[in-house]
Design a binder for this molecule. Sequence first.
Ligand code: SF4
Length: 341
Amino acid sequence: MSTQTIAGAAQASGQYTTEFPLECRDVGRTFLVGKGFFSEKKTLRAVQNISLKVRRGEVLAVVGESGCGKTTLAKMLLGLLQPSSGEIFMEGMPINEVDIRQIARHVQPVFQDPYSSLNPRKTIESIVSLPLKVHNIGDAESQRKRVEEVLEMCEMPKRLVHSYPSQLSGGQRQRVAIARALVMKPEILVCDEPTSALDVSVQAHILNLLQDLRDELNLTYVFISHNLAVVEHLADTVAVMYLGRLIEYGPKDQIFNDPKHPYTRALLDSFLTPDPTQDVPEIAMGRGFPNPLDPPTGCAFHPRCARVMDVCSKVRPEQTTVNGIKLECHLYPPATQQAAE
Ligand code: SF4
């Protein structure tokens, strides 16, 4: 049986073979970037050596400032971008061996901007039913029923089914985007800042809807966000990224109660309100975010770090584990190094 067939059969039967529907092993992604046709191209290392596992039913939040690589990681998890190095596994299968249609049935995105992610010339019914049509699932009548069902799950009034996106509010558009993501009964949603383009007053409603849908449908979420209030509200596990690297990764409660990496600590210090409807203030960490095309040597965070040491600008810290939290910081040397000292 081919890998593709195994993935398809697993989804069709609802029987999955692994506890971890998504896994990254040492995943990296580079881009060649250059301004003009004749200018020298530079290598942008958008994602570097990311290893993580997404447990079935959990909410993994990937956090960090703009430009830290979290959206690139999300695109790779959706099969929209190939890693330059390392491997991504879906249900234990290398994702590059799974047909893109199978990936789409299994993992669906919810994007940041419901204004640009919905076709303005199509009705809501047509937008939500499109994945069923593309994947040839059911006849017209069953597709219509499924669209009604999924819109109801997303608390959209039935009367809006023949409306166009321009006739809806921002919150209603995001509900339509979520309905479209759910229409094929995926196991995993990758949500890339799903509330950040919305008015503060509707953000909490969308977050509560995502929470309810997760409980009702036993969904697994990868939740990309820079908003720590949202992360605290939803996440089970947190992965903190800085300049393409995973610098702290572990259970949310541990990371929020006792952040170890100086960057995570600074992020949390900047997070003043527990109200998920409020935005997070600018992070105060001295110098701004470095140029990803010309990253600092050693630990990339060293020019901004309050606890910087001599070694930090010279040597990149290796990953270590402290009380179940994975970290990259010289304050926490790997066990082998500790033994040698
Ligand atoms: Fe700060 Fe050094 Fe740790 Fe980097 S390695 S976070 S510069 S203490």
